[in-house]
Design a protein around this ligand. Structure first.
Ligand SMILES: [Zn+2]
Length: 355
């Protein structure tokens, strides 16, 4: 692991978190509390064993096991206060890592599917966001996520996004797209919804090129007008695509630990992050579903520093990229970039900012 001085430096860097799922950010402790409150059984989780190791509390071995657990956690959320609480808890953890702005993905279709009305979700998200901004210098904005294999949920998800925006102006940054990429599905039916979202001033922020290859990224660009790609790490399989992404300046949200946990790459050491940067692609780091992948944004920076021998200048540049690739108010971006430039290099690195 990096030296304590380098870890402290990373924590001090003002950062934006651009790839993070609200439902996937619930910690085992919070999941236990919500599950007990709502009488939900979490598969493989002992609700009484507060001391259980994270790895034991959230066990899964593949994407389908991951999805089962994800859905079980989501099923603990019932009332507005449940949603407000998970937002508040996430805000506390992000602020402690030096995050000043986050675009957090929320998937209304998951909760609608189990019969939940929109009202508690809308109220809980707005209230949680308000509490976070009151307590920390941290602005949260939402990406509302369409589930790829349920295209019929696209329009209701856009409706939810617009209702949330009306209730809490400025709260919604865009429309996302998630779920299994490698199962048969059509993106074309989503085209119209994404076009309408863009006409409403929302950004197009789909996942693509994680569980499937370049074809999904091309599709996201051509059919959905993607402005930033969730993951996208498999773009390297197609040089023409890399050239296109570089030329158009389309950023990728890269989540190294998530990729290792879900078997997208065999190990962190073999992660394509250095190759993505060498190819001239615009990249920021994200934590995706941090407790499920035993990580957080701070640890993602620490792990890549360790895996690739990166020092302060490379890490500062990654934090700067996260601010640049965010759709945040210009004044906050300016303030965060200024604060970023002012963070002193850690002891032992002064004057040289080793890369
Ligand atoms: Zn994701």
């Amino acid at each position: 692991m990096p030296s304590p001085a380098l870890a402290a430096f990373i924590r001090a860097l003002p950062k934006a978190e651009l790839h993070l799922h609200l439902e996937g950010s619930v910690t085992p402790k919070l999941a236990r509390r919500l599950a007990r409150r709502r009488g939900v059984v979490l598969p493989g989780v002992d609700l009484e064993d507060e001391a259980a190791d994270l790895r034991d509390a959230f066990p899964f071995v593949d994407f389908s096991g991951f999805l089962r657990l994800y859905l079980a956690i989501a099923s603990c959320l019932h009332e507005a206060e449940d949603f407000a609480e998970i937002v508040e808890d996430l805000g506390d953890r992000l602020a402690a890592q030096g995050v000043g702005y986050a675009e957090v993905t929320f998937t209304p279709a998951l909760h609608r599917h189990r019969g939940l009305a929109d009202a508690p979700m809308l109220e809980g998200l707005a209230e949680g966001r308000r509490r976070v901004l009151e307590r920390h210098d941290l602005l949260l904005r939402w990406v509302l996520d369409v589930v790829r294999i349920f295209p019929e949920q696209a329009e209701p998800t856009l409706g939810f996004a617009l209702a949330l925006q009306a209730r809490d102006p400025g709260a919604v940054v865009g429309l996302g797209l998630g779920g299994p990429e490698d199962r048969p599905h059509e993106v074309a039916p989503l085209r119209e919804t994404f076009a309408r979202a863009r006409a409403e001033g929302l950004h197009s922020l789909p996942h693509a090129g994680e569980l499937d290859g370049p074809v999904r990224i091309w599709e996201a660009l051509r059919e959905l007008g993607a402005e930033r790609i969730g993951h996208g790490v498999r773009c390297l399989d197609d040089p023409a695509l890399v050239e296109h992404l570089v030329r158009e300046g389309i950023p990728l949200e890269v989540c190294p630990s998530s990729n290792v946990c879900l078997g997208v790459v065999p190990s962190l050491a073999e992660h394509p992050l250095p190759r993505l940067l060498d190819a001239g692609l615009r990249v920021s780091l994200g934590s995706d579903d941090p407790p499920l992948f035993q990580t957080d944004l701070q640890q993602e920076y620490e792990r890549v520093a360790d895996a690739f021998g990166w020092g302060p200048s490379r890490l500062r540049a990654l934090a700067g990229a996260s601010i640049e690739h965010a759709f945040m108010p210009a004044e906050r971006a300016r303030r965060m970039q200024a604060a970023l430039a002012a963070v002193p290099a850690p002891p032992g690195h002064e004057g040289r900012e080793a890369s």
